[in-house]
Write a protein that binds this ligand. Structure first.
Ligand code: NAD
Ligand code: GLY
Length: 358
């Protein structure tokens, strides 16, 4: 079983296959072409050989490049090494680069694909839940600089995304829960029904029930695909995907990107955004409680790290690259499944909500 979702971008439209490993026909466009599989040191040994075998069966000739697992590989240095691997493998402008791994590999390989020979074809095979529902869809690529995350990047859409849910079986529980934070986000921002499903079936979701996951991941991809199709370059609506991220990014920054996973920080950020929405946007307080309870049931944190005070948080939010003129912008909801972006709120209200959470 599988579900196909299309990202509608005219001549650059592409399918996302959610389910099992696809049949060779799905990759038929690679016949007779050279490719570089980029993976990391954890995912490569698990799924690299199968990926290589399928690509060869599809008629491509491929080599594999492996970077060390972990966010520190999302760097210019690793990008440089991958340009070298691409040259050594004889990749030309008709060749392709395929990312096999989580969001780190996807962002790095996508950046290399976007820039090598001014851009070659790119495919994503996401193996974390976060990558399946978020980073593999929409064409954002990036590397980090010592000064901050994702500071250098380019939009470069993939031509195929293969989300093989069976790879989630080996994903550590904390990584899986971190991806679930983004899943909950989609419910709050765009799909009250998705939120209801998650709320009603949290135990099955935690148990990684295959059938349920296929429909949940496909729904998330559909929502993101719609947003990206309407606002590919984030000049407007795409900002709604940052629900919970204003505080989330501040937490990640203040904990120096160690200790807290992205989804964990976003989880706390969503509790904050939901409570703030109740305070200033009329979001039902009972729904803010439901958001918080659901996140807890999915094994996600709902309180900021101990010792974090409003002053530091406010400063970190001001330094975020999505801030405009030093004023933090929030994505806030008036009712489940509906949000507005670019919201400026009274600082006293934001502080009150934050202080009530610590
Ligand atoms: P990740 O890619 O670092 O993966 C997390 C860990 O899980 C790694 O150690 C990895 O080796 C391991 N792993 C991956 N798949 C596995 C599997 N199936 N079984 C066992 N282990 C597995 O992290 P992530 O959470 O997937 O992605 C985070 C990155 O994504 C960040 O760099 C973030 O900036 C980026 N991101 C990008 C976008 C975008 O739109 N481009 C959106 C969100 C996040
Ligand atoms: N993860 C946010 C975006 O893709 O825009």
């Amino acid at each position: 079983m599988s579900t196909t979702v299309t990202v509608g971008l005219g001549s650059r439209s592409y399918p996302i296959r959610v389910g099992g490993w696809p049949e060779v026909e799905f990759l038929a466009l690679l016949k007779g072409r050279r490719g570089l599989i980029v993976t990391d040191s954890t995912v490569g040994p698990l799924y690299g050989a199968r990926c290589e075998a399928t690509l060869r069966e599809a008629g491509a000739s491929v080599v594999r490049a492996t970077v060390p697992a972990g966010e520190s590989s999302k760097s210019m240095q690793q990008a440089m090494a991958l340009y070298g691997s691409a040259l050594d493998a004889g990749l030309d402008r008709k060749s392709f680069i395929l990312a096999l791994g989580g969001g780190m590999v996807g962002d790095l390989a996508g950046f290399v694909a976007a820039t090598y020979l001014r851009g070659v074809e790119f495919l994503q095979v996401p193996t974390t839940l976060l990558a399946m529902v978020d980073s593999s869809v929409g064409g954002k690529t990036a590397v980090n600089l010592p000064q901050g995350k994702n500071l250098v990047g380019v939009f470069h859409q993939p031509s195929r995304v293969v989300a093989d849910l069976s790879t989630l079986a080996t994903l550590p529980a904390r990584e899986y829960a971190s991806g679930l934070a983004e899943v909950v986000k989609y419910g709050v921002i765009k799909d009250a029904r998705l939120f209801e499903v998650l709320d009603a079936s949290a135990d099955k979701v935690v148990a990684r029930d295959a059938g349920l996951l296929e429909s949940i991941v496909a729904t998330c991809c559909e929502i993101k695909a719609g947003v990206v199709a309407r606002d590919e370059r984030e000049t407007g609506e795409r900002a709604i995907l940052n629900f919970g991220h204003t505080l989330g990014h501040a937490i990640e920054k203040l904990t120096e990107y160690s200790g807290w996973f992205h989804g964990e920080a976003v989880s706390v950020g969503m509790v904050f955004a939901a409570r703030l929405s109740s305070e200033v946007r009329g979001f039902p307080a009972a729904d803010a409680v439901r958001v918080e309870r659901l996140l807890e049931r999915l094994s996600l944190p709902v309180r900021p790290p101990a010792g974090l005070g409003w002053r530091a948080v406010r400063q970190a939010m001001t330094a975020d690259k999505k801030t405009e003129q030093g004023i933090p912008r929030f994505v806030l909801s008036d009712r489940m499944g509906s949000v507005s972006y670019g919201c400026v709120v009274d600082e006293a209200a934001a502080q009150r909500v934050f202080d009530a959470m610590v």
